[in-house]
Structures are given as C-alpha cells and as structure tokens.
Design a protein around this ligand. Structure first.
Ligand code: ATP
Ligand code: MG
Length: 304
C-alpha cells in the first residue's frame, strides 16, 4: 500500500469509528501526523494526570488531530462533543422525559464521561453559551468527588478517576478579536479557571508541513515547498502583530491552514491541475474579493 492509500485508509477508519452520538469505541493513531514536541508534551501530561486542558489556535492547525492522536497512542477512552450556539444542558448533562408515567433520564456526554472515566473532548467550546457552560463548573472541579444530578430524581453520581475535559477553540474565549472567527463568544473566567493547563498552537514549521503534504497527498517536494511558502505569505499578512499590533489591523482576514494546504495539494495531484488553478477550488472561491486578490498575487509571485 503506498503512502497516499495508507492516509486515505486511516481517514476512512476514523470515520467508521465515530458513531452518530459522537462516542468513540476506538481511536487510531494518524501515521503521518507531525507532532510539535512542546505541545505534545503538555497534552500527554494533561491526559495522563487527568488535568483539564484548553487547546487554542487558528483553524486547521491540528488542535483536534493532536489531541486525538495522543489519546489514540495512550489508548484512552473518549467522547467527542462538538459545541455550537445551541449546545444545551440536555446534550451535555442529562435530559428527562415521561414514558408510561415514569420519568426517564438519559445522561449527556459530560455525565457519561464523568461516570465512566472517559476524556471529554469538547470541540469549539467558544461557540457555546457561557451560562450553559456553567453547568460544567462543578464536574470540572478537580477536588470534587461527586456530582448531584437534579434532572429527574435527585441522584448522586460518583466521579470516575479517569474523567477529564479537553477543550479546543480558535479564541481564548475573550470574544472575537481578529474578526476571523465570527460567532465565537466570550467565555466566563470561572469556567476558564477550571483548566489546569493551556496550550497555544500555531501552524507547523515549514519543513514539517512539507513532509505532511508529501506523505498525505503524494505531492512532489518542490511543489509542496512552494505551497507552504505561499501559506506563510498569507499567514504573515493575516498576523496583526506583524502590521501594527492592533487586532483588526492585519492586511487580510483569511488564512491558509494546514487543512487548506492538504486540499490544495490533493487537488493538484488528484486532478493534475496547476497550483493557481487548484487554489481556486481549494480555497480562493470562498474568500472575499479583497483577500482573494492579495492571496492570488502571493501565489502568482511564488508560482511564476
Ligand atoms: N501536524 C499535522 N500533521 C499532519 N496532519 C495535520 C497536522 N496538523 C493538521 N493536520 C491535518 O489538517 C487537518 C485539520 O486539522 P485539525 O482538524 O486537527 O485542525 P484544528 O486545529 O482542530 O482546526 P479547527 O480549529 O478548524 O477545528 C486534518 O486533516 C489534519 O489531519
Ligand atoms: Mg478542531
């Protein structure tokens, strides 16, 4: 099996393992995942010691993949829960309903993990409402050994030693400060205070990103290098600290993520397109006119 087939096989095996409720029966290590040793060290420590961990970074930089990869390597049991603006206590804690005159209670993701000793990977936590997330304050408290569930008949649920929460987000929960992550919300400081550790991730170093593109798409090295250089131009232009240091003052409000690079390379290889042509379909057609013009110029400069 060649490298590309192995990568595709990995992707489909992950898809097969995710059930409709988001519960995972088995996680698989991504053989082509390039780990940043500093971030990996913290994630491993947090998982082994069952500390609540917050992972923040730009879109497509590998936050979710890193956490899943480390959990797979450590053979952890986990649930993945994707937050959004409508995330409710029903889904996270528990919901009740009447059936044949009796009250039926069904635990949500957080209580299942709390009771059964799984890691709860809470994705895109900055989309959830702070007042709803307050329901997690007690279960996330490190020194509490039980949770009193008031949904249905009052029940005391002992905390399993294997429980912890890992949250991922594009912002640190102070609300939108770069105008790139529309819809994210400020997070309550008491909620943030329950995370023992925070990892701030960025995009991979160029040599590692080139390696990932080659391994996962089969693209040739020189072309992979060109794409990664284009991404660097765009990321620099989108970085407010490189312009004036004021949020919102960056030249563009778009980025080329590792996810974009993989799709770009895959389109080049899979459809025998030029980088300029493939870029249209991989990301340019969904970027606003001003940013698209600037990114097109960066690409033209690199792909003469
Ligand atoms: N270090 C890496 N090595 C290999 N592949 C990577 C790496 N980082 C990211 N990827 C790939 O890029 C894609 C996006 O990664 P992932 O979903 O983990 O990003 P994310 O930071 O969680 O993004 P978002 O904020 O949008 O949720 C995935 O296909 C992942 O496999
Ligand atoms: Mg993610």
């Amino acid at each position: 099996m060649n490298e590309l087939n192995k990568a595709q096989d990995f992707a489909s095996s992950i898809r097969r393992k995710v059930t409709s409720t988001g519960a995972l029966d088995e996680l698989k290590v991504d053989p082509f995942f390039e780990e940043d040793p500093a971030a990996t060290r913290i994630v491993e420590f947090a998982i082994k010691r069952r500390k609540n961990l917050f992972v923040v970074g730009p879109t497509g930089c590998g936050k979710s993949s890193l956490v899943i990869n480390v959990m797979a390597r450590l053979k952890e049991r986990a649930e993945i829960f994707n937050c959004n603006g409508e995330t409710s206590i029903d889904e996270l804690i528990a919901k009740q309903w009447l059936e044949g005159g009796a009250t039926v209670v069904k635990y949500g993701s957080l209580l299942r993990c709390y009771k059964d000793g799984k890691v709860l990977l809470l994705e895109e936590v900055d989309f959830a409402a702070s007042d709803m997330l307050a329901s997690m304050h007690r279960p996330m408290e490190l020194n509490q050994q039980f949770y009193v569930c008031n949904i249905g008949p009052q029940e005391i649920i002992p905390k399993h030693q294997g429980f912890s929460v890992i949250a991922t987000a594009n912002t640190i929960g102070c609300g939108e400060d770069t105008f790139m992550y529309n819809g994210t919300k400020p997070l309550n400081q008491a909620f943030m205070n329950r995370f023992s550790l925070t990892v701030k991730m960025g995009y991979l170093a160029a040599d590692k990103e080139i390696k990932v593109l080659k391994a996962k798409t089969g693209i040739q090295e020189s072309l992979a290098e060109t794409l990664v250089n284009c991404a660097k131009d765009v990321r620099d232009a989108a970085d407010p600290t490189r312009v004036s240091g004021t949020p919102g003052s960056q030249s563009i409000a778009a980025t080329i993520s590792t996810r974009d690079l993989l799709e770009w390379a895959d389109a080049i290889v899979g459809m025998s397109m030029t980088p300029k042509e493939a870029a249209q379909y991989a990301f340019l057609n969904r970027i606003n006119d001003t940013d698209r013009d600037m990114i097109t110029t960066f690409i033209s400069n690199r792909c003469a």
